[in-house]
Design a protein around this ligand. Sequence first.
Ligand code: MRU
Length: 356
Amino acid sequence: MTLEAIRYHNGTLEILDQLLLPLETKYIPILGVEDGWKAINKMQVRGAPAIAIVGCLSLAVEISKEEFEKKKTLRREVEGKLNYLISARPTAVNLKIAADELMNLVNALDRDDSVSATEMQARFISEIERMLEKDIADNKAIGEAGCNLILNSLLSTNGGEISVRVLTHCNTGSLATASYGTALGVIRALHSSRRLEHVYCTETRPYNQGARLTAFELVHDKIPATLICDSAVSALMKSKSIAAVIVGADRVAGNGDTANKIGTYQIAVTARYHSIPFYVAAPFTSIDFSIVNGENIQIEERPDREMTHIGKYRIAAPGINCWNPAFDVTPAELITAIITEKGVFKPSELRTMEPS
Ligand code: MRU
């Protein structure tokens, strides 16, 4: 059985409710943009690529139920609803970039007199449907590029047969994407090529994406894995000969500074101290060339309750103040390379590149 976070077929959308995992596997219907916004905001679906896909598909579902006499009406509705969807969670850039691309398409179709309103509607919907396929293909390419990178860099120092132990943080797998995953895609590729000795995944407090979701995927795929507390990272690096850290990204700035799940930054600092390569694996659409550095990335702060409770159980002393940023920014200088479907780049190389 393949793990599917997103099920879409002919205008019908369902998502796996990730708030219930790993105890319950339940799909919930997304009937339109309002449902999409809520599911993203409440984190029933999460992970930068999955947020973008579910956001856009929720709009496709809504638009497919309507009839448009005028192209202008369709264009206005698409623009307003995409802006609304982007507001559900601010840090990941993938939905914003997908929305910009969709608006370019809609504007071009609006200007083209040979295109009717009905045709514009159909082309808009099929462009969104294409995103699912593209994301899977991109993730496979990221997986292969990351696997080759890690193995080649070790072959040059070790030579001969190698198998590696790696560390990952948060959830970047099938549950965070259309399928396969980014950082977890690299780990899947290492495993398929029989080069993965072991993967360690952090719990990823406070929402526990590692313990609940990554561990779920690793057990599901029978990949040799061990869960560690977030606070065990330095001890792990000191004692277990970790070949690489591989994480995902919510937004990479033009200089390579990378926003990812809270805790990523301290793992990168620790990796540098232990001379362990630190890789970011992400689709090219996670790179936001419009911002110069990480200081311009808006960091989402989540409700205290995610820290004070696990499910319905309170675990923190009543009355305590909380600070709950969902992401942090790892400075480019701590990142060995950024692995994308378009190639592997040193952070400094991004400065010379153009968005495509
Ligand atoms: O708050 P989340 O669970 O949406 O955060 C997810 C992450 O930080 C992931 O590492 C990132 O989105 C990449 S997912 C392929």
